[in-house]
Design a protein around this ligand. Structure first.
Ligand SMILES: [Zn+2]
Length: 123
């Protein structure tokens, strides 16, 4: 079994070749939000948006003591400004998916992830 697992991991690291035709919304969760730029310097365009779990990505802030806070953020498709959504407004299942994506990121996959959000928002 460990051999099989190693093989799969290696294949995965070699790159994903499948194309996403349409992203799913596994738990069907959506929330209405206003683009405010809250937590990201403000300056949002006040667009009213229906944000789903796929739109959310994790951002962080590390203070001088080295403590890191995590935020659940979406990017406005109208103006590109990032807005944080209060953690309490997001179900734990959605938060854990976003956190998994964050933890498994490397520079390349994070860029692909952000590009995919951008691409979908520009459709
Ligand atoms: Zn906006």
């Amino acid at each position: 079994m460990p051999l099989v697992r190693l093989f799969i991991l290696t294949r995965f690291k070699g790159g994903i070749t499948m194309k996403i035709l349409q992203e799913g919304n596994p738990n069907g969760w959506e929330i209405e939000q206003e683009c405010t730029g809250k937590g990201n310097g403000n300056g949002g365009c006040k667009a009213r948006l229906l944000v789903s779990g796929n739109d959310i990505f994790v951002t962080t802030h590390t203070d001088f003591a080295g403590d890191t806070d995590y935020y659940y953020t979406f990017k406005c498709p109208c103006c590109g400004v990032w807005t944080d959504i209060p953690e309490k407004d997001i179900p734990i299942s959605v938060r854990s998916i976003a956190m998994d994506k964050y933890r498994n990121r490397d520079a390349r996959t994070m860029q692909i992830y952000l590009d995919s959000i951008e691409k979908r928002n520009n459709l």
